[in-house]
Design a protein around this ligand. Structure first.
Ligand code: NDP
Length: 425
């Protein structure tokens, strides 16, 4: 996925390496991924929900547009921008930037989730037709895609006013198509409003569980009560989103915030891909109800709990270790030294495989698909896509770590030979 790029332009922050297939990827991905989102939504509501069907399940034009969609979407983003600015929760500092400074971030995403939940309950009390979100999925997705393009253009243009040290190391190749896609500026802000941090965990992620809830309401409208499968999908995914927002501070040390620029790849992922493809299981269940036995349901709950346990414990262990290696919960773990002064864990969760958090995440992804039965491939889209994403992400992270830690990373790989799945991968 990585190819050699161009030479530097003398601004000192150029990187010659390109990811995601270089220029070709940067041209193809912004065309094909939005079309994929729209295609998957159409498939999820077509009668046979087959990924391979001919003719394609194309919607009529009047299903593509609804004037309510831009109003709802812009209102939703504005609501979350407002909640972001409220003085709830603590303020945290990000990692040290190349100019030696640290940015401040409000840790109030969980508050935003709770307020969104309370507003939804209010709407329910006033009998708002939340199930109508099912009919609005395509127009909403089209608006989210349009907003992603507009925001990415804005970010690309504004990045030319940013000082060189504020540019992402990999996002300043000088090739406009690639830089637009991968993101030139690392932490674009309007005043103290951080656009990347805002988009990472708020409108799209919380929007995802709201769409799920809308699908459940549509099911209630159609069949009188929510199915066990729909309840499980809604609950598992709500747990995932609530966990991400409860542990919001941890996002400050992720690759997305620390390393990647804010360009089309992240903007589209946050605002369009996550809410409209991660909610496909719930959308699928509206038109394709599945009978799930209590035993089947219980087994899937156990699988989700195991996945969540591995995911949460491993992420917390590393976060704790990075924040305070002397903390009693991590002080006794075996580590190896690196030339940077930082140490790497080689026991505990991070001694099992090199990415135990990905393993837990993938087990949960499977548990989200299983309630949808085995008759269709569509509900398994997420787990298939996510496996590819995490394998690619693991390879990217591995390259970064090898560059950062050199020989110490090789030692870690020898001590912990498997990447994600013990004894297999
Ligand atoms: P990780 O949390 O896996 O972090 C990787 C970093 O951890 C490395 O760069 C390194 O950074 C540090 N590290 C690696 N090995 C060790 C070790 N042995 N000891 C100490 N530190 C180590 O990165 P991600 O951002 O990829 O994932 C975070 C979570 O988000 C995961 O659970 C993932 O599954 C999830 N995720 C979910 C997505 C979704 O769409 N649902 C998308 C992407 C991620 P350093 O040494 O510099 O600290």
């Amino acid at each position: 996925m990585r190819s050699k790029g161009q030479t530097t332009n003398g601004k000192g922050s150029h990187n010659t390496e390109r990811e995601f297939g270089g220029t070709l990827g940067a041209v193809c991905i912004p065309i094909f991924l939005p079309l994929t989102v729209l295609f998957l939504i159409c498939v999820s509501r077509s009668s046979d929900a087959a990924l391979l069907q001919w003719p394609l399940p194309l919607p009529s034009l009047d299903h593509l547009w609804d004037p309510l969609a831009p109003v709802l979407l812009l209102g939703w983003i504005a609501l979350h921008a407002f909640l972001y600015m409220l003085p709830f929760g603590k303020v945290s500092e990000g990692l040290v930037l190349r100019d030696g400074t640290r940015l401040k971030y409000p840790i109030n995403g969980f508050h935003s989730l709770c307020i969104s939940g309370a507003l939804l309950m209010l709407l329910l009390m006033f009998k708002a037709p939340l199930g109508h979100l099912f009919e609005l999925m395509l127009p909403l997705a089209i608006c989210a895609i349009a907003i992603s393009f507009l925001l990415s253009i804005y970010l690309y243009v504004c990045s030319f006013w940013a000082p060189p040290h504020a540019l992402a190391l990999g996002g300043n190749t000088g090739n406009p198509l690639y830089d637009f896609f991968i993101g030139r500026e690392l932490n674009p802000r309007i005043g103290r409003f951080d656009l990347k941090y805002f988009c990472e965990l708020r409108p799209g992620l919380i929007g995802w569980v709201v769409i799920n809830f809308g699908m459940m309401m549509q099911e209630v409208e159609l069949r009188g009560a929510p199915s066990l499968a729909m309840i499980l999908v809604n609950s598992f995914q709500l747990l995932y989103v609530a966990d991400a927002l409860w542990n919001e501070e941890a996002v400050l040390t992720t690759m997305d915030i620390v390393h990647d620029g804010f360009g089309f790849m992240l903007v589209f992922g946050d605002l369009a891909w996550v809410p409209f493809t991660y909610s496909l299981q719930a959308a699928f269940l509206v038109k394709h109800p599945q009978a799930l036995s209590p035993l089947g349901g219980a087994s899937i709950i156990i699988l989700n709990c195991i996945g969540y346990y591995i995911f949460r414990k491993s992420n917390s262990q590393k976060n704790q270790f990075r924040r305070n290696p002397k903390h009693p919960s991590v002080a006794s773990l075996e580590t190896i030294a690196t030339a940077t002064g930082k140490r790497l864990l080689v026991s505990g969760w991070w001694g099992l495989v090199r990415h135990p958090n990905y393993l837990g995440d993938l087990l949960m992804a499977l548990a989200w698909s299983l309630p949808c039965g085995f008759s269709h491939l569509l509900p398994y889209f997420y787990v298939i896509y996510f496996t590819i994403l995490l394998i690619h992400r693991e390879a990217r992270d591995e390259r970064h770590c090898r560059t950062k830690y050199g020989l110490a990373w090789d030692t870690y790989c020898r001590r912990v030979p498997y990447r994600i799945l013990p004894y297999i991968y």
